[in-house]
Design a protein around this ligand. Structure first.
Ligand code: BJ8
Length: 423
């Protein structure tokens, strides 16, 4: 990493503090992901994506900009990347998963907002986020109160666009979302200084669908008993998906999937057959955050599915590739993204039914509902999710936590007791 110091200096980062941040993330990574046994060879690439997220990937984005193209920062999987990519804009996810930066946000923001928001803002405020100075525009959305109110503050400081994600999924809401998608197209066209062409949009739709297909395949392979890959490693792949160049990511993931098929044939797994199978449902675990996956898997279970935005919500549902003109393509994109079941929607029956369906498909014995502290949407919805799972005879455990390590002891006790209850 040392060879990137000049780049960080030129970007105006606090290099000393940034080095501390990297050390802190690396320490957590080594204690969790790095401490696993019997990992697939192909994971080396995805580990490296994480390690280079503040180095090599930043250098790549600077090259993108040197060629006259733009970079946008996003905070939610509702932003349709395909449209930005169609005008040569590179979207990059900016959500923070490290506890290191949380105190920097707490100096300015209330403490009682979710750690994902605080971590993200803390990185920007402490001058340790290399993407903050690179991005030409940030794109927020109206999914939760913490985010909505944060955008108002950031909008005065950086070029900011907010997409209105509706809170219901009825006809007027769907219409509103289609309009938002069309407005997003206008916005990125203005930023890039070029028009979205239908031919190029068809290509970027295919690129992102290919990426989703590869992730769906990984999800299928995890259904095997024993799974050929840990849930923690599958999470690393997902975290890389939000940062890496998509074509390269898909190619490498397809290679990993081939290796996993071989492992299944040869009976190679980090677990033994009959291991207790768990699905995670709820909030996303973005780069830097491996806490709950690590806790569950070091307590003797395998995570075989994730109903989160760093899981199935990101890759389920493809964009219809049959639309032939721009109007049809934008509409197909809006339809696909509207199917994401974030807890911001009311009622959210599709998500609740989806959790049960996925838990059955992955043949799990239990579901861990992962709730980031102060995320009221997922926290309150956990009651309905729990009820629906109970009806299907699937026990669930709700874990509400932040990014710190302080509650690891009590959480482990609760996870172990839950796993024991599964028989
Ligand atoms: S579509 S889950 S990526 S908003 S955890 S900041 S909701 S208080 S991250 Fe999300 Fe889009 Fe929804 Fe997915 Fe708010 Fe909750 Fe924090 Fe959250």
């Amino acid at each position: 990493m040392a060879n990137h110091e000049k780049m960080w200096q030129e970007l105006g980062l606090d290099v000393e503090l940034h080095n501390e941040l990297l050390k802190s993330i690396d320490r957590t990574f080594q204690q969790t992901v790095g401490a696993q046994k019997n990992r697939p060879e192909g994971m080396k690439y995805f580990d490296n994506v994480l390690h280079e997220s503040h180095g090599g990937r930043v250098a790549e984005l600077l090259d993108v900009k040197a060629k006259g193209n733009k970079v946008i920062g996003t905070f939610c999987i509702y932003v349709p990347d395909e449209i930005a990519m169609a005008v040569d804009i590179t979207p990059i996810a900016l959500c923070g998963g490290t506890n290191f930066s949380v105190p920097y946000a707490e100096k300015m923001f209330p403490r009682d907002i979710c750690p994902l928001v605080k971590s993200t803002l803390g990185l920007a405020f402490s001058k340790t986020c290399p993407y903050a100075p690179i991005k030409n525009m940030a794109v927020g959305e109206t999914t939760c109160d913490a985010k909505k109110k944060t955008w108002e503050i950031l909008a005065g400081k950086v070029n900011f666009h907010v997409m209105e994600v509706p809170q219901k999924k009825e006809e007027p809401d769907i219409k509103l979302w289609h309009k938002e998608v069309r407005e997003f197209k206008d916005k990125v066209e203005g930023l890039a200084g070029k028009k979205v062409e239908s031919k190029r949009l068809a290509e970027t739709i295919e690129i992102m669908n290919d990426k989703r297909r590869a992730l769906q395949k990984l999800n299928e392979l995890r259904k095997h008993d024993p799974p050929p890959i840990s849930g923690l490693d599958a999470l690393v792949v997902m975290q890389a998906a939000l940062n890496d160049e998509p074509v390269r990511f898909t190619e490498t993931l397809n290679q990993l999937n081939d290796e996993l098929e071989e492992r299944i044939e040869k009976g190679i797994s980090p677990f033994t057959k009959g291991v207790k199978r768990i699905m995670i449902a709820g909030c996303p675990a973005v780069m830097g955050n491996w806490k709950v996956h690590w806790l569950v898997e070091t307590s003797g279970a395998a995570i075989v599915g994730d109903e989160t935005c760093t899981g199935s919500r990101y890759f389920e549902n493809l964009v219809d590739e049959t639309a032939k003109d721009l109007v049809g393509q934008l509409s197909a994109l809006a339809e696909r993204y509207m199917k994401i079941n974030c807890a911001c929607f009311t009622p959210n029956t599709d998500r609740i039914e989806g959790v049960v369906k996925k838990a059955k498909e992955s043949n799990v014995q239990g579901v861990v509902q992962y709730i980031l502290q102060y995320c009221h949407g997922y926290n309150v919805e956990a009651i309905r999710v729990d009820g629906a799972l109970k009806q299907a005879n699937i026990p669930s455990l709700k874990i509400e936590t932040d990014y710190s390590e302080e509650d690891v002891g009590p959480l482990r006790t609760r996870v172990e007791a839950f796993l024991e209850r599964l028989g």
